[in-house]
Structures are given as C-alpha cells and as structure tokens.
Design a protein around this ligand. Structure first.
Ligand code: HEM
Length: 429
C-alpha cells in the first residue's frame, strides 16, 4: 500500500480503525514500522485512569489536543452475580500487559476501564454513600436514547491509529501480542457487545465528511477538529482533572463518565446558515455581534469567553431570536466559586452502530465527580425555559445546536482509580 501524503495516510489509518480488519492492521504496521512505539513501565502509570492532560499534546494556548484515534469496547462479563476471583486476576493481567506494552502517552496508549450501575448491581452491597452513579436516563423531553447498560466500557486512545488498532485486536483475541508484549485477551473473561471507533483533530473530520448527515458540498473545513466546524474544549471552559476526581472513600482518585452517542444532521447547519449564524448558535449572539470567532475559533485562545454572555440568554432570545449552545450549557456548568464542572472529551465518528453505512456522529464522554452535574448541564443546554420567552426560539429551532444533533445512546459509568480497575466490588478494601 502506498501513501501519497498526509491526507491519504490519514484516510487509511482512520479507515483501518473503523474496520479493524487484519489487512488494515498490516497496512498500519507497515507504514509505521520505522517509528517504534514506546513501551511502558507499569510502575510509572498515574494513579488516576483519567489522567490524560499531562500526557497528550497541547496547542499554543495550552488547550489539550485529544488523541486522534479512539476506540470504545462495551463489554459484558459472564453470569449475573459477583465476578469470580479468577476473572478479576485475568482482567488485571490483561490490563497490566497493556501497561507494559505501551507508554502512557499520546504516541503510546491511554486506556481506561469504567463500570456501569448494572455491573455494581451484581453485588449485594451498594456503592459507598457519595458515589453518584444512577442508571442512564433520557435527559430531555425530545430524546429517547437506547441505554448502554453493559457491564463495562474500555476506552483506548492514541495519536497512532496502529496502536489503538493493535491493542484492540489483542484485547479481542485476534492477535497474541501488542507492541511485542504478550497480552492475555480480554475476551477470555468478557464478551464484546459493541465496538465503537472515532477520531478527532484538524483534518480528520474534513477527510471523513463523505458520510450521511453531511451535505455533498463537503463543507467541513480542513482546520476543524470536529464536523460542526468549530474547535471545542478550551482550557478555560473545561474542568480540571483534579476537579472531577472523587476525593474520598474507596473510589478516591476515580471519577464518573457519561458517554453519549449523538447522530449529526448538518445539511441546514451548513447550507442554510452563514458563519455568523453558526457562531450565534454555537457560542452566543454576543460572539457574533462582536465578531469574536474567526474560522474554527482558534483565535479565542484558551477560553471561549462565554462567561460574559451567560446572563444574556433571555435578552438574546427576545432580541436576536436565537440562543447559543455554549451560552446555555455554561449556565449550569459553574459551581458557586465559578469553577467549571464538566471535563468533556468528545470525538467524532462515522460508525453507524449495527450497519456498514458511514454516518456522522459524535461519541461524547464527559467526566465529572457526580453524574447529576452532567444531567444539570444537559438540562440547561436543552433550553426548554427559553422556548417560553419568544416564539422565535423553539425546542429544536434557533435553540443552540439542538436542530442538528440527536442523542441515540447514553450510558453512565464509574471510572475507578487504577488500583481498583479490575472488577471492583462496590466497597473495595
Ligand atoms: C455535536 C455535538 C456538539 C458539538 C459540536 C459541541 C461543540 C461545542 C463548542 C464548539 C463549544 C464552545 C467551546 C468550548 O467551550 O468547548 C461547546 C461548549 C460546551 N458544550 Fe458542546 N458540543 C456538542 C454537544 C454537547 C453536548 C451533548 C453537551 C452535553 C451536556 C455539551 C456541553 C457543552 C458544555 C458544558 C460546554 C461549555 C460551556 C461552558 O463554557 O461552560 N455539548 N460545545
């Protein structure tokens, strides 16, 4: 297989992650065989599974650049009671092998395993007081997602497609070793119910816009890390990893993770709206009036500047007939001291779960100390209150980006600290 340049290389690597096929893996390995992947030292791994910030790339403003290639493996363990000690030891050995195979870095592998309320329901004892992990539920009057109630989700992330793919195949028992390290397969103790793949970062969405939900005019800018044409995840609008970390009890050092999957339908977003209108709906009408967002918004630096416009929601609805997505969400995304509550780590996908057709979608993992914090922010983003102020803003019209995104699935999970990552009981010692 030959590579004509960055663009075709990206195409092949991303297609390979989605396919997971042996020939695709070979293509990846051929391409990068001359660039060794750093191996890992299990003793050097951070105590928090969600510790990514220090280990990923940053842009010139200090914003995190998430690993370009990611895979989510939703798995179920055998039976429906507490897992066996042998299975716990086997899963621990599998995760330890991954730790030896790859450095905990963006050019190695970041990985984590998180457990659902259904998993903890296998035990007689309950989670400690203070762990806020409800079953997933619909969070708006206009969505009816399928709920991901599998036992656990494994998240793999790397800037190298060949790395996530090789780790994924070793976990699924399709190869014996990863980066030269023998890996006992995850599939010895679990069944993979759903495998979801994605990508994020400038260039990748533009390269993969040939997907249902994106108009044929190929509107996604090359500079955009996301299909919707803007950058997200400014440092000032994200919770820190410490903030989202559970502070006390057996799960101290852990966090909660809500993962939604949203379908995107961007024809009207791109074809019926100007850049100015998109800025109004994504950020706020004030951002458009003051011309604050150039192109994909890199000029915003390390903060979207949304705090200045949060109190304008009602006035903007009446005067501009539109309100912004970030503006609405931010209303519930600060604590009493002004700290940001959620750490969003979303990435794009063209998976159509259960079919072969590429469909523009978004995998939306969000980390927070309590799942209720996510739920409050999501309700603020619904903007149902705003629809009562003016007929111009309806539940899904002129109401941020709700006209273009459709929640298909949602699951809630607990990410234990590394020391309890293998099949934890609800009250680990
Ligand atoms: C395709 C779907 C989505 C896209 C493209 C998107 C994009 C963006 C962008 C560009 C921003 C402004 C920059 C930033 O602060 O990161 C933003 C902010 C935000 N979004 Fe989204 N978003 C999407 C879905 C969601 C969903 C489902 C939630 C669920 C709660 C959400 C929650 C937030 C929050 C909390 C903020 C930050 C507001 C603040 O400053 O506090 N977004 N989003």
């Amino acid at each position: 297989m030959s590579f004509d340049g960055d663009r075709s290389r990206r195409d092949v690597l991303k297609a390979a992650v989605a396919l997971g096929g042996a020939s695709a893996l070979t293509a990846c390995l051929d391409r990068t065989a001359d660039e060794p992947v750093p191996t890992g030292d299990p003793a050097a791994k951070p105590a928090r599974q969600h510790a990514w910030r220090e280990y990923v790339r940053h842009d010139e403003h200090g914003n995190s650049q998430l690993p370009a290639h990611q895979i989510l493996l939703y798995v179920d363990f055998a039976g429906d009671g507490p897992p066996a000690d042998d299975d716990r030891a086997a899963l621990a050995a599998t995760l330890d092998a991954l730790d030896r195979a790859y450095a905990w870095r963006h050019e190695g592998l970041l990985h984590s395993v998180a457990y659902s309320p259904a998993y903890f329901g296998r035990f007689d004892e309950s989670l400690p007081d203070g762990i806020d992990l409800p079953e997933p539920r619909a969070l708006s009057p206009f969505e009816s997602p399928a709920f991901d109630r599998q036992d656990a989700v494994l998240h793999l992330a790397s800037d190298r497609a060949d790395v996530v793919l090789e780790a994924d195949r070793a976990l699924r028992g399709e190869r014996d070793a990863a980066n030269g390290v023998s890996v006992p397969p995850l599939t010895d103790v679990a069944t993979v119910d759903s495998r979801r793949t994605g990508f994020v970062g400038a260039g990748l969405p533009a390269d993969h816009q040939d997907a249902a939900g994106i108009p044929a005019s190929k509107p996604v800018p090359e500079a955009s890390p996301l299909f919707m044409g803007f950058k997200a995840g400014f440092r000032g609008n994200q919770a820190t990893e410490s903030y989202v970390t559970i502070e006390s009890g057996p799960f101290a050092g852990g966090t909660t993770k809500v993962i939604a999957n949203l379908r995107q339908r961007l024809a009207d977003w791109y074809e019926e709206q100007s850049h100015e209108e998109r800025v109004m709906e994504m950020f706020s009408p004030g951002h458009a009036a003051e011309d604050l967002v150039e192109g994909v918004g890199s000029n915003l630096g390390s903060d979207s500047g949304i705090d200045r416009f949060v109190d304008d929601v009602a006035a903007d609805a009446r005067e501009s007939g539109r309100v912004g997505h970030a503006q609405k969400a931010a209303r519930a995304n600060r604590d009493a001291e002004g700290n940001v509550r959620l750490l969003r780590r979303h990435f794009e996908s063209t998976d159509d779960i259960g079919s072969e057709q590429p469909v523009a979608s978004l995998h939306f993992p969000s980390l927070q100390r309590n799942v209720s914090e996510f739920e409050a922010v999501r309700r603020a983003m619904n903007g149902t209150d705003v629809t009562e102020l003016t007929p111009a803003v309806r539940q899904r019209v002129n109401n941020g980006i709700l006209e273009y995104i459709f929640v298909r699935r949602r699951g809630n999970f607990l990410v234990p600290p590394r020391r309890h990552r293998a099949l934890p009981t609800p009250q680990p010692a």
